[in-house]
Design a protein around this ligand. Structure first.
Ligand code: ADP
Ligand code: MG
Length: 506
């Protein structure tokens, strides 16, 4: 990596109507580096990436590329100059082949300006595959619609190579990839980089950034915050730059308290998805984490315990009161609450106001016929302050809020009922790191006040840090229970991926 700038971003601003997406941004991209561009959702990362690659035009400022002012009016224009972008939403044509997509706009591949030279396209595509240094085992005549997301992304990158790109910008390339696909992508990125391609990697995943980048540029709310050298930085410093404040160490958030009596007892519960019965219990003030890979049956188990899905047999007791097979309303009255995995479809009425959503569960639970608007607005205000929900008016629809604030509204809805047992299914999925830590704080506070929490999360760190006990699910079974002190990452992954449990029912 040199210190010669390939790209100089100078005082770039961008407005979309009244939205100021970028304000006076200046930084440099060095020739031959892997630069991570990071920031929370809405920070302006994609907007800047799109300005450099010709999708958008800036409102103010200029981009210098290779010493000259860059004025791209289209992505084709940028590609011709050696700049390619791989967008989050790919730009491939589904019913055309890989080779056709790659050479779509390449005049050399047409004879008399019309007839495609198919065999040459295929031959050239193979050559490009070779240049990537990775064998994806693809046939260039396969149609895009036959490919997985990771394979389509690979085609986008190959297409960038076909333009002899000097700079490739990848906008959140890992968000839809599995772990092994990310590993593949990273080796591809390293290979390209070793062959002289400068890369900009847009992301908000800290571990990935530390793994792949040389330097990091941080944006917050449309502003440039700072540049960091990856090898000299750490997660703490990066989070501080992204969020604008210290949010502490994940592992010191949860204060350990002694737990009380059994509040929730699930016995021999059989749901409609798996044959084996589930039994578990949860103490007062305890956080019980449930971890498993996607498809291990976590959400199905949570929904059947709560009563959102029908069960075949077994019992679910809250405070010694059996609620299995009863109406949801009865479970809620007994002190049960649940934040579902998919808050868009099950948790919130997105078109309705924030106020209505906060009182959703209360209204359902109330014996009163009329809602008391004044009392509601005072309570709502208190909740909004307590949970630090950022909004302009409680009468705005919920879908006008960011993901993190929507999730806080979902919490507020249940907190007003003061539940004894709360099920949280992926409580921090899709929300920014700052909001995540606030959710952790809420979970800790609830537990300290005596609420018992049953929590599913795909984020192992989160489960380990917050849980008093961890239950591990694998292929529809609860295969292991670990105490907080025993819950090590490797051990948990071992039980998640174990393929054989000996007997049929153990
Ligand atoms: N085409 C657009 N029209 C209006 N507003 C936009 C458009 N693109 C982005 N924005 C707004 O600009 C801000 C920055 O967005 P974006 O660059 O997508 O952020 P990031 O990629 O960091 O999540 C956000 O407030 C977003 O809503
Ligand atoms: Mg983006």
């Amino acid at each position: 990596m040199s210190k010669d700038p390939l790209v100089e971003v100078e005082h770039i601003s961008k407005r979309f109507g009244v939205v100021q997406a970028l304000k006076d941004i200046s930084f440099q991209i060095y020739e031959g580096e892997i630069l991570a561009l990071i920031g929370e959702n809405g920070a302006g990362k994609s907007t800047l990436a799109k300005i450099i690659s010709g999708v958008h035009t800036q409102s103010e400022g200029k981009i210098i590329y290779g010493g000259e002012v860059l004025n791209c009016t289209s992505t084709k224009d940028a590609r011709d100059k050696g700049i390619s972008i791989v967008l989050q939403e790919f730009a491939l044509i589904p019913h055309l082949s890989i080779a056709e997509n790659i050479f779509l706009c390449n005049n050399d591949m047409y004879e008399n300006g019309f007839w495609q030279n198919r065999s040459r396209m295929i031959e050239e595509t193979y050559k490009l595959f070779e240049r990537t240094g990775i064998d994806f085992n693809l046939d260039p005549s396969m149609r895009i619609e036959e490919l997985t997301v990771a394979q389509q992304q690979y085609v986008e990158i190959v297409k960038a190579l076909s333009n002899n790109s000097r700079l490739i910008i990848l906008d959140e390339p890992t968000s839809a990839l599995s772990k092994s696909e990310v590993t593949h992508l990273f080796s591809l990125m390293r290979h390209l980089n070793a062959n002289g391609v400068t890369l900009v990697f847009v992301s908000h995943k800290l571990d990935e950034i530390f793994e792949i980048s040389d330097r990091i540029v941080v944006f917050r709310d449309g502003l440039f915050v700072r540049t960091l050298t990856t090898s000299e930085s750490n997660e703490q410093e990066l989070i501080h730059a992204m969020v604008g404040r210290d949010i502490g160490d994940l592992f010191s958030i949860r204060k350990r308290h002694p737990v009380g009596n059994q509040m929730l007892v699930v016995k021999d519960l059989v749901n409609s998805h798996y044959e084996q019965p589930y039994s578990l219990h949860l103490h007062k003030g305890e956080v019980l984490g449930v971890f498993g890979l996607v498809g291990s049956g976590r959400t199905e188990l949570m929904r059947s315990i709560f009563g959102a899905d029908p069960i075949k047999s077994g019992s679910v007791a809250i405070n010694n009161r059996n609620v299995a097979g009863k109406k949801l309303k009865i479970a809620i009255q007994a002190g049960f609450g649940m934040l579902p995995e998919d808050r868009k479809h099950h948790g919130l009425l997105l078109e309705q106001s924030i106020l209505d959503n906060i009182f959703l569960a209360c209204t359902a639970n109330s014996k009163e016929v009329f809602r008391k608007k004044r009392k509601e607005s005072i309570l709502a205000k208190k909740m909004i302050q307590e949970l630090r929900i950022k909004l302009s008016s409680v009468d705005d629809p919920v879908n006008s809020l960011s993901g993190g604030n929507q999730q806080k509204v979902a919490f507020a809805k249940w907190l007003l009922l003061n539940p004894d047992v709360l099920i949280l299914d992926e409580p921090t999925r899709g929300i920014d790191i700052g909001a995540k830590f606030e959710v952790y704080g809420i979970i800790d506070k609830l537990a300290a006040q005596g609420t018992s929490i049953l929590m599913v999360s795909s984020e192992l760190q989160e489960i380990i840090a917050l849980s008093d006990r961890v239950l591990i699910m694998n292929q529809g079974r609860l295969v292991k229970e670990l105490r907080h002190e025993e819950a090590q990452e490797e051990l948990i992954m071992h039980y998640c991926t174990l393929d054989n449990f000996g007997g049929k029912d153990d």
